[in-house]
Design a binder for this molecule. Structure first.
Ligand code: SME
Length: 158
């Protein structure tokens, strides 16, 4: 795999402006979630993007975009990197998934992962999960960007 350009602050700002536009035009919450997932998957280091909703104590895959479907369409709270982040309410950045015992494998190509809880009125309601095909694909720029994005779309995830 060739090296992939990581997200920079300038691009993050542009993407947040695009999200604002999507939000201002949003009619159906599910359609908004799908559009955001599609937008994110266009970034070079966002090779697989999924949005999970927290329902009945587990994460349920709502919308996704990437080369292949995942078998992890429901993940209990506390399981995997996704379940861990949803339980703690804190973003997880894993620079090398092969070294993280929590990791639930979906794709052989995945090397790194970022998982960002989406909260509404102080409670986790959903989560964005992004797999990268190179190790160390995501940084604090991605964290800040995705956390800002999560705040913008949280009301569409309840
Ligand atoms: N790797 C995740 C599971 C979801 S897939 O990446 C789509 C985890 O460890 O929770």
């Amino acid at each position: 795999m060739k090296s992939q350009p990581r997200l920079n602050r300038e691009r993050a700002k542009e993407l947040l402006a695009e999200v604002d536009l999507l939000v201002s035009r949003a009619q159906q919450p599910a359609a908004l979630r799908k559009s955001v997932v599609q937008l994110l998957n266009m970034e070079p280091t966002y090779n697989w993007v999924g949005l999970y909703l927290l329902k009945g104590g587990e994460l349920r895959l709502d919308s996704w975009k990437g080369p292949a479907p995942t078998t992890h369409t429901s993940i209990p709270l506390g399981k995997g990197i996704c379940g861990f982040a949803a339980k703690s309410g804190r973003t997880e950045i894993v620079s090398d998934v092969s070294k993280d015992p929590r990791y639930l494998q979906c794709f052989a190509s995945t090397r790194s992962e970022i998982t960002v809880p989406i909260t509404h009125e102080g409670k986790v309601v959903a989560e964005i999960d992004i797999d990268g095909d190179v190790s160390n694909a995501h940084s604090s720029v991605d964290r800040e960007f995705l956390e800002a994005l999560a705040a913008k779309i949280s009301k569409f995830c309840i």
